[in-house]
Design a protein around this ligand. Structure first.
Ligand code: BGC
Length: 735
């Protein structure tokens, strides 16, 4: 399907829209789905539309017989050879679910870290790895593929997502899905379609004009679907323009099915269904139905299907879509079964992602990498003696031994969700890795609880490394961009005591840095995964030359954001489910920035954030030149040269931004690549440019207005660099 859609888009771009036939495998899946569905009774049909929780939740009906501890379960239909669906979260690996399965999983670095790699091939490899673990643990559906655009850095799920940019999020999200599905495991893109904050998440209403939505959040999904061909899509908890996302006809039927011709099925998020009529809007499967007010897609749907043609027709279609995803991904031919996991090989993949995802934000005087001459190092804070931080909620992955440190959550209502919300650290300790990397140095650790004690240790060292953390979890936004628990003051105190202070951040997303000019280096390690401690030490000591680039802009402060105050922070009592008292409403306008979120907002406002998207330093330097933009086939490509002008091998991420569209100044990422270069090496590069980034959505489709288009080849989203122009004719691309 993805390839077909791509081909269709290609043909549409030729200014007229021909529809290419579906590829043979997808056609075969459609024909088989039709044949199987025709033989079913209505009881069997609703078996496939009703999902069940697969772990026990206090006060809710127990998981059905035959389920495996995970996120969800849908019984199969053995007489027709239809396999049961065993669902596990999520994008960072097979989740821990409080240890209920008796084993853990290999933890990929957070989504933000994955986004920071800007490496499509590596993210596909990560998907292949976690998909293989899902399969080996008996699952055949992964609720992975979180690609919501990071519209607000305070969103508690920022760490699960990939970028603020639709092209980067779409290409990487599609690659992750492709990797997962190479294991005969269905993957899911989520949370369709605009899901920017956790506060009031069950009822908050995102208000945004259609053209802006098409050019931003929807574009990320559109690209990821084309690239990854996911078997399923999960709709979001919140409402969009007045209708709950899982009952939203515009999103689920008009856009996804009619405009994009998506063949797979839409599952609800857990607890997001309020009525059987969601089926008519385009929802195909009710997930974890024990936590909804009713099991709507069981008996109630069956009864309506028998008496109302609309429901009858929809039920058949819903079932065919689920079957299509099963057949298209070969779930019937490769039954889910327990297998073995190559933990050592898998953790190498996690390590590679961490190496490429760590971003060197600042490095004054080239203090990094640390050399063999460093004799006394003070390591401070962040539980660096124990492990690296892990994000909270349904996506939490831990290794077989569980957390090394677990700070219990004191959130209201947290008891019911227990281990999901606790602030956990894995077992990859940066302190041990630093000691191993600097065998000749004295390395002392202070936990950072007392600034005076930390400052004293720092004053007696050549180098002070402060590990600072910001915990993010599903269900709760962070109220502001400070580092919690007095860590900003801790850093300031250490920096005052030692001029050679380095800060290593483990944060879900952007934080403010009031101490930035007082420290020498800042390393953003995000939540760096199963071998995060080692990855951090490798970057600090130069075993790895950092090549991460920010996938999201860091504002100077909340005042620079489109919404300086997080909507609902003062009216909604935070709780994990995001459900409020009956009738509570929260409309949040995203028309303020429209499709110009993140760096596009700063470009439009003419303001300079702390660090724009795309920023990231290296231990070497790169030069770009000779940019040209030319037509190739139906599209445009950028061609240029990249040279490693420094003394070390390293990888660069040249980024091509649209800077002027027919007289309108703007900034939009149109293409990028990542390449490794030896010192002095020069490489000619060709990068395809995404048409839908160059176009605008105008009511009935995309339009490229006639005129001159200028592109800039830059090191980050707001930087200058070589530029090139091309004249483009008027072109309308119907939806
Ligand atoms: C999350 C989803 C997750 C689901 C199943 C929900 O709380 O929003 O992302 O896949 O739970 O665990």
């Amino acid at each position: 399907m993805g390839a077909a859609t791509k081909l269709r888009v290609g043909l549409c771009l030729a200014a007229f829209c021909l529809f290419a036939p579906l590829p043979a495998a997808a056609q075969d899946a459609s024909a088989r789905a039709e044949a199987t569905e025709a033989q079913m009774t209505d009881d069997e049909r609703v078996t496939l539309t009703l999902g069940h929780l697969a772990t026990a939740i206090p006060g809710r009906p127990a998981p059905p017989e035959g389920s495996r501890p995970g996120a969800g379960f849908i019984p199969g239909i053995p007489r027709l050879g239809v396999p049961a669906l065993y669902e596990t979260d999520a994008s960072l690996g097979v989740t821990w679910i409080g240890g209920a399965r008796g084993s853990g999983g290999t933890q990929l670095p957070s989504g933000t870290a994955q986004g920071a790699t800007w490496n499509v091939e590596l993210i596909e490899r990560g998907g292949r790895m976690i998909g293989s673990e899902a399969r080996a643990k008996g699952f055949n559906v992964m609720l992975a593929g979180g690609i919501n655009l990071m519209r607000d850095p305070r969103n508690g799920r920022t760490f699960e997502y990939l970028s603020e940019d639709p092209l980067l999020a779409g290409l990487l999200g599609g690659a992750a899905v492709r990797g997962i599905q190479s294991n005969n495991v269905i993957s899911t893109l989520k949370h369709f379609a605009i899901n920017p904050q956790e506060t009031g998440r069950a009822f908050m209403n995102t208000v945004i004009a259609e053209d802006a939505l098409r050019e931003s959040d929807l574009l990320a999904f559109e690209i990821a679907i084309e690239e990854g061909d996911p078997g399923s899509i999960m709709c979001a908890y919140n409402a969009t323009n007045g209708a709950q996302s899982c009952g939203n006809h515009f999103l689920l039927t008009e856009v996804l099915r009619e405009d994009w011709d998506y063949q797979g099925f839409v599952m609800s998020d857990w607890g997001a269904v309020d009525g059987v009529d969601y089926a008519l809007a385009g929802l195909d499967q009710q997930s974890g139905s024990q936590i909804d007010p009713q099991q709507f897609f069981g008996e109630p749907l069956k009864a309506l299907a028998g008496s109302d043609m609309n429901y009858g027709n929809r039920l058949g279609e819903m079932v065919r879509r689920v079957l299509w995803a099963i057949y298209d991904n070969g779930l019937d031919r490769h039954p889910a079964a327990m297998g073995t996991v190559d933990a050592a090989a898998n953790s190498e993949v996690a390590l590679n992602v961490a190496h490429e995802g760590i971003v060197l934000l600042a490095n004054d005087g080239g203090i990094l990498p640390l050399g063999p001459d460093v004799k006394r190092i003070a390591v401070i804070g962040g539980h660096a003696d124990a492990g690296t931080m892990v994000g909270g909620g349904s996506s939490k992955v831990l290794g077989d031994q569980g957390p090394s440190v677990s700070v219990p959550s004191n959130r209201d209502g947290a008891a019911a969700f227990g281990a999901m919300l606790d602030q956990d650290f894995n077992r990859s300790a940066p302190l041990a890795a630093i000691r191993a990397a600097a065998p000749g140095a004295t390395v002392r650790f202070r936990d950072g609880q007392y600034a005076s004690d930390a400052a004293l240790a720092a004053s007696q060292a050549d180098i002070a490394i402060v590990f600072a953390t910001q915990y993010q979890t599903e269900g709760f936004d962070v109220p502001d961009l400070s580092l919690p628990n007095g860590q900003d003051a801790l850093i300031a105190a250490v920096a005052a005591a030692n001029p050679n202070t380095i800060v290593v951040l483990q944060t879900g997303g952007p934080v403010a840095m009031p101490w930035k000019d007082r420290v020498k280096a800042v390393v953003e390690a995000w939540y760096p995964g199963a071998r995060g401690g080692e990855a951090i030490a490798d970057v600090l000591f130069g075993k790895v030359n950092p090549s991460g680039r920010l996938p999201i802009s860091f504002p100077q402060s909340e005042a620079q954001l489109p919404r300086p105050k997080l909507d609902g922070i003062d009216t909604v009592e935070p709780n994990f489910t995001g459900v409020g008292p009956p009738g509570q409403k929260l409309d949040v306008s995203y028309d303020i920035e429209g499709s110009d979120l993140g760096y596009r907002w700063y470009a439009r406002q003419g303001t300079q954030p702390l660090f724009p998207m795309g920023h990231g330093l290296s231990y070497t330097s790169f030069a770009h030149d000779g940019l040209t933009v030319v037509r190739k086939g139906e599209g445009l490509v950028a061609r240029f040269a990249v040279r490693n002008t420094g003394q070390r091998a390293g990888a660069d991420v040249p980024q091509v931004y649209l800077a002027d569209a027919a007289g309108k100044p703007l900034r939009r990422l149109a293409g990028f690549t990542k390449l490794a270069l030896a010192p002095g090496e020069v490489r000619q590069v060709e990068v395809p440019l995404e048409w839908r980034v160059i176009a605008e959505w105008e009511g009935e489709g995309w339009r490229v207005a006639p005129g001159r288009y200028r592109f800039v080849l830059a090191h980050d989203a707001l930087a200058d660099g070589p530029s090139a122009e091309i004249d483009l004719p008027d072109r309308r691309i119907p939806k």
